[in-house]
Write a protein that binds this ligand. Structure first.
Ligand code: SAM
Length: 318
């Protein structure tokens, strides 16, 4: 049984059924996600682009105050269309070493390499395919100063427990003085946030439902995909946006290994969370994991932050 199969079975066996958001990204999911990035309501990538455009030179300048050359490791690199601007700036300023793109999707990694090498022909490029939780240890042998990038506010998609594991794991392959540039979506008017996950064209709906189509195709199950709908919710106090699939009619889903799951009408499958942060929460998260905040780079409306964290500890000290 492969990990995908095992994790889906484990998630559907819970009292509140769930499917991990990392399984959204088959080729269709990648394509739909890129459509989401262009949606009017989905403000996040525009904010990130604004920050990279208006603070790219600032980010480069801040890094050069700490050291002359940086290898750039991007976790969940995606198609590279946002990162390319920052890489260009760092290259122009002469501080860009090797760019190491890590992503679980081979399709997206190929797009990334094509784009980056076309736009910055002189860049030293390396790709590490696979789940970064499994591949990250390969970086332990890497001794040059590094900046890790974790863009797209992907940190918001982790549960609090997983954020802790993730920060520890990144710290585990860092050396003292390495930097971690993390994108955080900030708390703001909840109406703006709710709209971002419930777009008028229904792309987010198709993206969410696509995970069931993928599971049917790759794992041999028989979800009646038309018997589910997309349900987005936002809790402004906790700052958590959640996506669910809601079952519209009772049915039984079977898997080739003999597992059966009864779905009642109105039953939910939890598929994704997206946590929104305040600056003090970012500071606390950093401090809890041996990082300190160098600076928060934000867009004009303070919807979003690229927060540069400095790693205090060293793998040799552990
Ligand atoms: C939401 S996209 C963001 C892409 C890019 N960072 C951006 O901001 O535009 C998430 C990316 O992370 C990748 N990804 C998700 N989970 C991953 C994992 N566990 N290991 C490696 N890549 C992962 C996906 O394939 C996808 O390309």
């Amino acid at each position: 049984m492969n990990t995908f199969y095992q994790e889906v079975i484990e998630g559907l066996s819970r009292p509140l059924k769930r499917i991990s958001s990392k399984y959204f990204y088959d080729d269709k999911g990648d394509e739909l996600f890129r459509e989401i990035m262009d949606l009017e309501e989905y403000y996040l990538p525009r904010c990130e682009r604004e920050i990279l455009a208006s603070h790219g030179a600032d980010i480069s300048d801040t890094l050069s105050q700490f050291g002359p050359k940086w290898d750039i490791v991007e976790l969940g690199a995606g198609d590279g269309s946002k990162t390319v601007e920052l890489l260009r700036q760092l290259t122009e300023d002469g501080i860009c070493g090797t760019y190491i793109a890590m992503d679980i999707s081979p399709y997206v990694l190929k797009l990334n390499q094509e784009l980056i090498e076309k736009q910055i022909p002189d860049i030293a490029y390396e790709a590490i395919p696979g789940d970064y939780f499994e591949t990250m240890d390969q970086l332990k042998a890497h001794k040059k100063p590094k900046v890790f990038l974790f863009l797209g506010s992907n940190i918001g998609n982790f549960s609090p427990k997983k954020v802790k594991t993730f920060m520890e794991q990144v710290g585990g392959v860092m050396r003292a003085g390495d930097k971690f540039v993390v994108a955080f979506d900030l708390k703001k008017n909840p109406i703006v946030i709710r709209r971002a996950y419930n777009d008028s064209k229904g792309v987010t709906r198709r993206f969410n439902l696509n995970v069931l189509t993928r599971i049917n195709r790759e794992l041999g199950s028989n979800f009646d995909v038309d018997a589910f709908d997309h349900y987005p919710a936002y809790d402004p106090i906790k700052g958590v946006a959640s996506s669910y699939l809601v079952c519209l009619k009772p049915h039984t889903v079977t898997f080739p290994g003999g597992e059966n799951f009864e779905f009642k009408r109105d039953e939910l499958i939890h598929t994704e969370i997206s946590k929104k942060y305040k600056f003090d929460e970012i500071g606390a998260l950093a401090a809890d994991n041996h990082f300190s905040v160098v600076r928060h780079f934000t867009d004009d409306r303070e919807y979003y932050s690229l927060s540069m964290l400095h790693f205090e500890n060293s793998i040799q000290d552990k």
